[in-house]
Design a protein around this ligand. Structure first.
Ligand code: GTP
Ligand code: MG
Length: 551
């Protein structure tokens, strides 16, 4: 779905869903196609960042006339793209053709005078549109920034014709839209304006699920303050003389990162409109500033000096681009894990989405023939310009994806999902570790319930936080889901077009909250989990009776 002015994303999504059956064959053909020429990760990010720099975020009155707003704004320059959305009020993201238009627009803005209070006169690109004239008809279409509810998803999945289509439908319903990604880049760009007051060459880059192609609407916004451009060395001329900056020194790289984040965090808190609940979490393994960006509704984590995480993000993006089935399987497994409380929004002993994604990638490397190459193979295909060493860790991966030759695995999504559950339902977690660099399991180097080797910092375990109980729950649910997918009743779609709602089947049945321990943390504390066999019996009974009842 392209980001185009006036596009009705919901309508496009509906259309996409209704044409699924006819599209299915075509999709299946392209599902396992090897990548041809895919734009590199960094060039996509650079383009998005550049567009964000030409954009403004405007709070609008609740009843507005789109045409009037656009006519008004376009006095300052050509509008390249725009869209509206609603969070705590109506907002417009407006991208101009050039940065000069932003300067012209800002030139016409005033700082509000407030009675009994005072304002910080920081001129950001977060603006408010005031409307004193007549309102006129409201003609604004809003783009959704949050995912549909799990119940709605289950209903939509039940209407699909096959498990393969269900997995595709789930991905389309949950994945970040072009608009949402643009909004995320705009928030990074607004924050950069603060950091640039001290470090004009700095960049604030999004990483994690915003850009790794596995992001779900509503996911957090991970950012890092990249100061690499600040310390670029100039060539010394031949005169023998040179100048250098006098600088403050810190005891360690970590100390410097902490003090920079502390100051930027303070500025975000004191100066940046829309940023609330700022917390400085500077003693964490990765120091960060956490806050909520109200106009976008994003929960934000700002780190600094976090280049390895950026590289992990690129790695996930590369794997997600190689074969369409990767994203479908990752979205499905992430959603399945969330509804069953395997993952959580709260940090703790749960498996994280990052670890879960690595588990899926590893599983796909184990197929015969393999769906995905190993990380060592991606490194071996890299060209000289791809070379990347971060803190003595070799983080090199190929950026030209057309160099990667896949092995021609043609398994259906249904087969992969079934085998994913079987694979981890019987994996020897007690003695083996997961290693996507080598693409094979290895003996665990140290005691940990779940050992997933960090792809780039190879002496670290990305799932060190996971305890034995959480791992057991994951394994038990894998077994239960594998078993469910073997049951004829679960795999059958009801052939009752007259029924109002098709009973959940296939993937929809696997996501039913009644099967899950609980959909939320509250329930998890309260509800004691009934034995798996009981829950499965109940599910099968309800499937049978709803089918019987519907005729
Ligand atoms: P969401 O749950 O949708 O936010 O997924 P995410 O991929 O954004 O995960 P998260 O916000 O927890 O972390 C952001 C990024 O940090 C990940 O994508 C990874 O690149 C990196 N990351 C997270 N956890 C770890 C870890 O334990 N080890 C390493 N090396 N990187 C991690
Ligand atoms: Mg994240």
């Amino acid at each position: 779905l392209k980001w185009c002015p006036n596009s009705d994303l919901q309508a496009q999504r509906r259309l996409a869903r209704t044409t699924f059956a006819t599209k299915a064959q075509a999709i299946n053909k392209t599902l396992h196609a090897a990548p041809t020429s895919v734009e590199s990760f960094s060039s996509i990010q650079d383009e998005r960042r550049e567009r964000a720099e030409r954009s403004v975020l405007i709070s609008c009155p609740p009843k507005i006339n789109e045409r009037k707003i656009l006519d008004y704004l376009s006095k300052h320059g050509d509008i390249r793209n725009y869209f509206f959305y609603q969070t705590y009020g109506m907002y417009a993201v407006v991208e101009f053709s050039s940065k000069e238009s932003i300067a012209a627009l800002k030139g016409s803005c005033t700082i509000p005078s407030v009675q009994h209070e005072a304002s910080v006169p920081f001129k950001s690109r977060l603006l408010s549109l005031k409307w004193t004239g007549s309102i006129g008809p409201t003609t604004v279409k809003c783009h959704e920034q949050l995912p549909i509810s799990i119940n709605e998803l289950i209903q939509q999945l039940s209407e699909q014709e096959s498990i393969d289509q269900q997995m595709q439908c789930l991905t389309e319903a949950y994945q970040l839209t072009e608009e949402n990604i643009s909004l995320r880049f705009l928030v990074c760009s607004l924050l950069r304006d603060i950091a640039a007051a001290y470090f004009p060459e700095s960049i604030i880059r999004p990483f994690g699920s915003t850009v790794n192609s596995f992001g779900k609407l509503g996911c957090d916004l991970d950012m890092f303050l990249d100061l690499d451009g600040v310390s670029v060395q100039n060539q010394r001329k031949g005169s023998g003389l040179s100048l250098e900056y006098q600088v403050k020194r810190g005891a360690s790289e970590r100390n410097v990162t902490q003090s920079i984040l502390s100051v930027i965090g303070e500025c975000v808190d004191q100066f940046s409109p829309g940023c609330v609940g700022v917390q400085k979490i500077l003693n964490a393994r990765v120091p960060l500033v956490r806050f909520s960006h109200q106009p976008s509704g994003f929960q934000c984590d700002l780190t600094a000096n976090n280049r390895v995480a950026m590289k992990s993000t690129e790695l996930l993006y590369v794997y997600g681009s190689l074969d369409a089935r990767v994203r479908y399987l990752v979205f499905t497994v992430r959603c399945w894990a969330r509804v069953h409380g395997i993952t959580s929004g709260i940090p703790g002993a749960w498996i994280t989405n990052f670890s879960l994604t690595v588990l899926v990638l590893f599983f796909l490397q184990q197929r015969t023939p393999a769906v995905l190459p190993t990380l060592d193979q991606l490194r071996d295909l890299a060209g000289p310009s791809d070379k990347c060493v971060i803190e003595e860790n070799d983080c090199t991966i190929v950026s030209d994806l057309s160099k990667i030759k896949l092995q021609g695995n043609t398994d259906t999504l249904e087969k992969l999902l079934q085998e994913f559950f079987e694979f981890y339902g019987s994996f020897a977690f007690n003695r083996s570790s997961i290693n996507i660099r080598k693409g094979r399991e290895q003996n665990k180097p140290e005691a940990a319930a779940l050992y997933i080797q960090n792809p780039f910092e190879t002496s670290l375990n990305v799932s060190k936080n996971v305890n034995a109980t959480q791992l057991e729950r994951f394994v038990a649910l894998c077994r239960e889901s594998a078993w469910l997918l073997q049951q004829g009743e679960v795999l059958k779609r009801s052939a009752t077009p007259s029924a109002d709602q098709i009973p959940p089947w296939g993937l929809a049945a696997l996501l039913l909250p009644s099967v899950a321990e609980s959909a939320g943390v509250k329930g998890r504390r309260k509800k004691k989990r009934e034995p798996a066999s009981e829950r499965i019996k109940t599910l099968l009974q309800s499937l049978k009776s709803s089918r019987g009842g519907a005729g």
